[in-house]
Design a protein around this ligand. Structure first.
Ligand code: FAD
Length: 500
């Protein structure tokens, strides 16, 4: 399907983060004609800067956000089943100490957490004795009681790309590096001016979805031309990635006596991810960067719990993002609601607008369903809701099928390193076979760009996943940036630019 020329699209989506990509996918799957524009790379905004949990949000229970927690908890198993290559269960260890609520209260909160979301596959909460359990070993002495509960991990940037890929497979037009510079209501619909890869051109649509994340107000003000919109509170959150702090595969949920929480999570086999922070942000979201104060806070907070002090020298990478939280007037950044809010104006005759405020990776599929309810009211109903029982590209091997799929891949490609097969299966699921095709050894995978990155994967990412430069490939489609040196990056850039 093309969105160029004079044809009137049903829906145009601004923003290729998780919310925009999920809306585009759901809508095109129901039979609407859809296009999406992302001004940079897919997931280059907030959606690649998360803690990367599909979680109910234990902390939101304390803020009585029952609707959000219930919906989010129920999504854990739905999303795990949809994409078991990029989403999988994790166990979280919450050490109890005297600065926290009494153990019985925490236990009751976790019992609620276990039951609110209709858990079927994830294991329930249990109590640990940290003087005996392996999880106690990396911690300072003195911790005895802990609770261990379930949530899930998500590869956030790939979650976005797979939604966009599925949308495109079903007929949506996805434009990357294409900014929406203006959107005007005229002649019974929207005229949307785009500037980017396709040059400067305009498209027409009956309904506009503004999923601009931290730029959502800027889109309302600058692109649509309504002055004075102020709906979101921008809250910065940063993470540090350090050399692996411990050997087991569980995460820690630490709550300080001042109520601030942070996680330590096994990351990319050799590292530990520590975050996040919460601070109001007033700069341009594209310039967000971890501050020295945040680094100091995260190092000090982690060193409070781990025997081995966590030092600056252990840091291998940092990242930072801006949460576009609906501004509910909360006093502290940590207390602003994490729930999403949709606001609609206009109608099919004049051009309708749905603005998306807030929302989490976890609730993105449900958010898309809510946007589609608005779409149906404006454009009329087409197909029924369908994403709950669907799989994302490459995820069609069964919720607990990863190990079996890896064994089959190993049998089919005995000449390729097991580590490479595992990495490809984690990123691309069954579509790893499209990258590998009939290639049976590393020489057949084409040029080598460092670590285990070969031309076959790079070509796939360019052809199928809208990758344009080394940054897209090394930090969003994969995390090989953690392992590849400057010379390899330069060679990859040259290859992508057609010079190498
Ligand atoms: P974005 O991902 O920012 O996407 C908006 C996109 O719109 C951007 O890519 C931008 O380039 C594009 N855009 C803007 N204006 C235009 C224009 N004019 N033309 C074209 N494109 C435009 N959620 C969870 O579920 N679990 C977590 O563990 C979690 N942890 C988090 C930790 C941190 C530190 C942060 C910051 C967030 C976390 N979240 C988490 C929340 C989650 O990441 C965000 O709510 C979500 O990614 C927001 O997605 P979005 O699509 O609304 O915004």
């Amino acid at each position: 399907m093309t969105d160029k020329g004079g044809d009137m699209l049903d829906i145009f989506v601004i923003g290729g983060g998780i919310n925009g990509a999920s809306v585009a996918r759901d809508a095109v799957g129901r039979g609407y004609s859809v296009a999406l524009a992302e001004m940079n790379d897919l997931a280059s905004g907030t959606s690649s800067a998360a803690t990367k949990l599909i979680h109910g949000g234990l902390r939101y229970l304390e803020h009585y956000e029952f609707r959000l927690v219930h919906e989010a908890l129920a999504e854990r198993e739905v999303l795990w089943s949809a994409a078991p290559h990029i989403i999988w269960p994790l166990r979280f260890v919450l050490p109890h100490h005297k600065g926290l609520r009494p153990a019985a209260v925490l236990r009751a909160g976790l019992a609620l957490y276990d039951h609110l979301g209709g858990r079927r596959l994830l294991p329930p909460t249990k109590t640990l004795d940290l003087t005996r359990d392996e999880a106690g070993r990396p911690l300072k002495p003195g911790y005895r009681l802990a609770f261990e509960y379930s949530d899930c991990w998500v590869n956030d940037a790939r979650f976005v790309v797979l939604n966009a890929r599925d949308a495109a497979d079903r007929g949506a037009a996805i434009h990357v590096r294409t900014k929406v510079v203006s959107a005007r209501r005229e002649h019974g619909g929207w005229t949307i001016e785009l500037d980017g890869e396709g040059g400067r051109h305009s498209v027409r649509a009956r309904l506009l979805v503004n999923a601009g994340g931290p730029w959502v107000d800027e889109v309302i003000n600058g692109v649509i031309g309504k002055n004075g919109a102020h709906n979101v509170r921008l809250v910065q959150g940063s993470h540090i990635v350090v050399n692996k702090l411990y050997d087991h595969d569980r995460c820690y949920f630490f709550q300080n006596s001042d109520g601030r929480i942070f996680f330590a999570i096994p990351y990319e086999d050799d590292f530990t991810l520590i975050g996040t922070t919460d601070r109001d942000y007033d700069g341009d979201p594209k310039d967000v960067k971890i501050t020295e104060e945040e680094i100091d806070y995260l190092l000090a907070a982690a060193s409070e719990y781990f025997v081995q002090p966590v030092t600056r020298e252990a840091i291998v990478w940092t990242y930072s993002g801006v949460r576009p939280l609906f501004d509910d007037g909360a006093s502290a950044a940590q207390e602003a609601t994490r729930d999403y809010v949709l606001k609609r104006d206009g109608d099919a005759a004049s051009g309708a607008l749905v603005n998306v405020f807030g929302g989490k990776l976890t609730t993105s599929r449900r958010l898309a369903e809510s946007v589609l309810e608005q779409v149906e009211e404006v454009l009329g109903k087409k197909g029924a809701a369908w994403t709950k029982k669907s799989t994302l590209p490459g995820g069609d091997f069964g919720v607990k099928g990863f190990d079996g799929e890896l064994r089959r891949l190993g049998m089919n490609y005995p000449g390729l390193p097991a580590g490479l097969l595992r990495r490809l299966l984690r990123l691309y699921g069954t579509r790893a076979r499209i990258i590998l095709g009939a290639k049976q050894d590393e020489a057949e995978l084409g040029r080598h760009f460092g670590a285990d990155l070969y031309q076959a994967e790079v070509d796939y990412l360019v052809a199928q996943e809208w990758a344009r430069n080394a940054q897209d490939i090394l930090w969003r489609r994969t995390k090989l940036g953690l392992r590849i040196g400057a010379e390899d990056v330069a060679r990859l850039e040259d290859y992508l630019a057609g010079r190498g």
